[in-house]
Design a protein around this ligand. Structure first.
Ligand SMILES: Nc1nc2c(ncn2[C@@H]2O[C@H](COP(=O)(O)OP(=O)(O)OP(=O)(O)O)[C@@H](O)[C@H]2O)c(=O)[nH]1
Ligand SMILES: [Mg+2]
Length: 219
């Protein structure tokens, strides 16, 4: 083979390997998906990253993928709902663009734990953008968005009273307004925006999630 052809080919191969390595190490702004076990996080992850509707099983580790959002590259990370992964999520929270907090609207038992995790996150003051998605609205016993918001607010109000009187709890920032019943909109005073949406992944109802990702990616 002609020497120059060989050098040319070698340069192309080196360039290709370099670009692959760079793509792997490039860090894109992140959108986190969290929430209780079985709420639909991984199903959503595959809808966003592969555009595929698939049945999923309980995750053993986080999934991540880079997606193109209106010509911006964004990394989407889906954490298993087990509390074990909560600390990993918290370490990403200060730098992420936003978080999608998935709920199974039929699983009332999971709301208490969800409220505790939301309370903790809000007391840490990150993430600044949270979308609480009330999933599985195709199911006959799914609770509606207003009912879920009210139940979460009641539980957070209870936590607010308990934790504010806990003198060992010194690092925690205040959640909500003093002397007022907790409402998610109060978090705007601390520059935290919490939105609610409802839908069903099996019915491909993810427009509000996509709009949320687009909006936070623009920032
Ligand atoms: N009926 C119904 N089922 C859904 C919906 N979204 C997800 N599922 C199903 O719920 C089950 C759990 O979904 P996953 O996405 O695996 O749940 P997950 O939140 O990732 O769960 P963990 O990884 O265990 O934390 C799967 O069988 C999904 O197909 C929905 O909108 N309606
Ligand atoms: Mg999962």
């Amino acid at each position: 083979m002609d020497l120059w052809v060989f050098i040319g080919l070698a340069l192309i191969v080196v360039g290709f390997v370099y670009m692959l390595a760079k793509k792997k190490t490039l860090k894109y702004p992140e959108v986190l998906i969290f929430g209780p076990v079985n709420s639909g996080k991984t199903r959503l992850f595959y809808m966003l990253s592969e555009g595929e509707m698939m049945n999923t099983v309980s995750s053993m580790k986080p999934n991540s993928a880079v997606i193109n959002v209106k010509d911006k590259m964004v990394s989407v990370i889906d954490y298993p709902g087990h509390h074990f992964y909560y600390q990993q999520l918290v370490s990403k929270a200060p730098t992420c663009l936003g978080m999608i907090f998935m709920l199974d609207s039929t699983d009332k038992q999971s709301f208490k734990k969800a409220a505790e995790e939301l309370y903790e996150l809000m007391s840490l003051r990150y993430p600044k953008e949270i979308l609480i998605f009330c999933n599985k609205q195709d199911q006959p016993f799914a609770k509606k968005i207003l009912m879920i918001e009210s139940e979460l607010s009641t539980e957070i109000e209870r936590l607010k009273v308990v934790k504010e009187n806990d003198i060992s709890d010194i690092k925690r920032e205040k959640v909500g307004k003093a002397n007022e019943r907790f409402e998610f909109s109060h978090m705007q005073d601390f520059n935290i925006k919490v939105e609610f949406a409802e839908g069903s992944l099996v019915k491909n109802d993810i427009q509000e999630i996509k709009s949320f990702i687009e909006r936070v990616s623009k920032a």
